[in-house]
Design a protein. Structure first.
Length: 92
C-alpha cells in the first residue's frame, strides 16, 4: 500500500506500532522520528530529511514530529485499511 502524506510543520503523531512493515520516503521536508519503546534502552530519535528513507519493521513503536512542512510517501506491507495518517487530527 502506498500513501502520500502531507504534514504541516508542528504535526505530531504519538508513538504507536502496527503489524505492517513501513518504509517512509521523505519527498520534501524534515521530521524527527522516535523509534523503539519510549523509556527503554532501544528507544532513539533521528532526523529524517528530503530524499532519505526510514525503514520501520513490523510491531516497532514509532512517533513523528514534522519539523517543517513535509511530503512523505509511506509504503506499507501488507496493505491495511487502518494504517497510515489519512485524516486531519487536532495537531495536523
Amino acid at each position: 500500500m502506498v500513501s502520500e502524506v502531507h504534514l504541516h510543520k508542528g504535526f505530531s503523531l504519538a508513538s504507536h506500532a502496527h503489524a505492517n512493515e513501513q518504509f517512509v520516503l521523505l519527498i520534501s521536508g524534515r521530521c524527527r522520528f522516535g523509534v523503539g519503546a519510549e523509556g527503554t534502552p532501544d528507544h532513539h530519535e533521528m532526523i529524517v530529511e528530503t530524499g532519505q528513507v526510514l525503514v520501520l519493521p513490523p510491531n516497532v513503536p514509532h512517533s513523528c514530529v514534522a519539523l517543517e512542512d513535509t511530503r512523505i510517501l509511506d509504503l506499507f506491507s501488507p496493505p491495511s485499511a487502518t494504517t497510515g495518517v489519512d485524516r486531519p487530527t487536532p495537531h495536523g
